[in-house]
Structures are given as C-alpha cells and as structure tokens.
Write a protein that binds this ligand. Structure first.
Ligand SMILES: Nc1ncnc2c1ncn2[C@@H]1O[C@H](COP(=O)(O)OP(=O)(O)OP(=O)(O)O)[C@@H](O)[C@H]1O
Ligand SMILES: C[C@H](N)[C@H](N)CCCCCC(=O)O
Ligand SMILES: [Mg+2]
Length: 203
C-alpha cells in the first residue's frame, strides 16, 4: 500500500473509522485535505486517538472550515473559496487521504470531491454502509468514479454483515468488496487494535 484516497457513499458511513484501521495496519500517514466542522473534533484527531501514532503521521489540512456543512457552503460562510489546485498530494508514504462526504459533494461553484480525486489521481477505496440502500448508493458511486477513469481498488462494507449486499455490489458494480467490518458496541484504541489483526486486507 503506497497511497490511497478513501471516499464514501455518504457522510458518516465510516471513512474516518476505516482510515484509522488502515493507518494503524500499515503505519501510514493521514491527510484530510478539506475538513469542515472544525469546531467539533477533527477527523485527524480521531484517527490519532484511535491509532496512538505520533504527531508526524498527521498532515495538516489544506482547508479547514468551522461549520459542519458541505465544503462549498462552509467556505462561502467564511467568504473563502476552495481552489483544487492548492491541494498537493503529500510525498509521505504509506498515505491515507480522506475525502469529505461522498463523490458529488460540491467544493465550489464548479467542482466536486470527484474533481479533487481526479486532481490527486490516487487509487480509490469506497467505504459503504452494509445495510439496506447500500446497493444503489455504492453502484452510483462506483459509476461516477469509473466515468472519471479513476482506479477503484474496491469497496469496504461497514456495519452488520450482509452477504447478499456484498454479492450484489460485486456483481453489478464489477468491483471487489475487500473487507467487511462489523458494527461494534464501542470504538476504542484496543478494539481497533484487535480488528487490525483480524482484518485481512492488502492494498
Ligand atoms: N463499524 C462501526 N461500528 C460502530 N461505530 C461505527 C462504525 N463505523 C463508524 N462508526 C461510528 O459512526 C460515526 C461516523 O463514522 P465516521 O466518522 O468514520 O464517518 P465518516 O464517513 O468519516 O464521516 P465524515 O463524512 O464526517 O468524514 C462515528 O461516530 C463512528 O465512530
Ligand atoms: C460536516 C460533515 N461531517 C462532513 N465532513 C461534510 C459532509 C458534506 C455532505 C454534503 C452532502 O452530501 O449533502
Ligand atoms: Mg470522516
């Protein structure tokens, strides 16, 4: 695993949690280029808490906005504008880059998260819910990524195991489900540690 961009089918699907798992497993650097909602906990802080890695593994966000809303709006509220060209892919490896929300989250009047992915041109991992509704969301996401000629490494299903959803996503999406992460009662550094040892994923 060298560098991977983690996107999701929605906000709150588990991108930060799965990023933590991968950062810990591969001893990787973590970069969230656009962070909204910085009054709340930053995703990088969550990853650092869960992995226990030192500060140097957590690269600073290019854009940080206070309001926990879509980046295009969070920027507008602060009279700022996101320029994709300002976002550089860090040289550090292995590297996990986390997006904000899903592929069609707007960044400004013209561009979407998908355009940032194309700009960085990293292989993509899609985090999706395992539960009802995920087939549609995941296939739409995969279709958008493939139309941009992005390299889709696969999907990680997060939540209660659902074999039929896994089968459908692999068949209709022509994509591999690389891992299925169960729903956990609590998420702590030690729970993450035990999951890291259980999960067999090679990127
Ligand atoms: N497998 C799981 N078991 C239990 N809780 C989970 C699991 N996956 C994610 N969560 C919880 O769900 C919430 C949302 O997850 P997370 O923050 O990783 O989403 P996200 O996709 O990164 O959202 P954002 O778009 O805001 O970055 C968090 O509170 C997280 O701890
Ligand atoms: C604030 C939140 N936690 C995310 N970082 C941003 C999610 C933007 C979603 C926009 C949308 O799809 O409606
Ligand atoms: Mg997140």
């Amino acid at each position: 695993m060298h560098k991977v961009f983690i996107t999701g089918t929605d906000t709150g699907v588990g991108k930060t949690f799965i990023s933590s798992l991968l950062v810990k497993k591969f001893n990787a650097y973590y970069f969230k280029p656009i962070q909204t909602g910085s009054r709340e906990e930053l995703d990088s802080k969550t990853v650092q808490y869960l992995t226990g890695l030192e500060d140097k593994y957590f690269l600073s966000a290019t854009y940080l906005f206070k309001e926990p809303v879509s980046p295009h709006l969070a920027a507008k509220i602060e009279n700022r504008e996101i320029d994709i060209k300002d976002i550089y892919c860090p040289n550090e490896t292995p590297l996990i880059v986390e997006g904000a929300g899903g592929v069609f989250v707007p960044l400004n009047k013209k561009f979407f998260m998908l355009d940032l992915m194309k700009h960085l041109d990293l292989p993509i991992l899609v985090v999706a819910r395992s539960t009802l509704g995920t087939i549609n969301h995941t296939l739409l996401t995969i279709k958008a990524l493939k139309r941009k000629n992005l390299d889709v490494l696969g999907v990680i299903l997060n939540g209660p195991l659902n074999q039929e959803n896994k089968i459908a996503i692999e068949y209709y999406g022509k994509v591999k489900v690389l891992a299925e992460i169960p729903w956990l009662e609590v998420i702590t550094p030690s729970v993450l540690d035990s999951l890291v040892n259980e999960i067999d994923i090679d990127l």
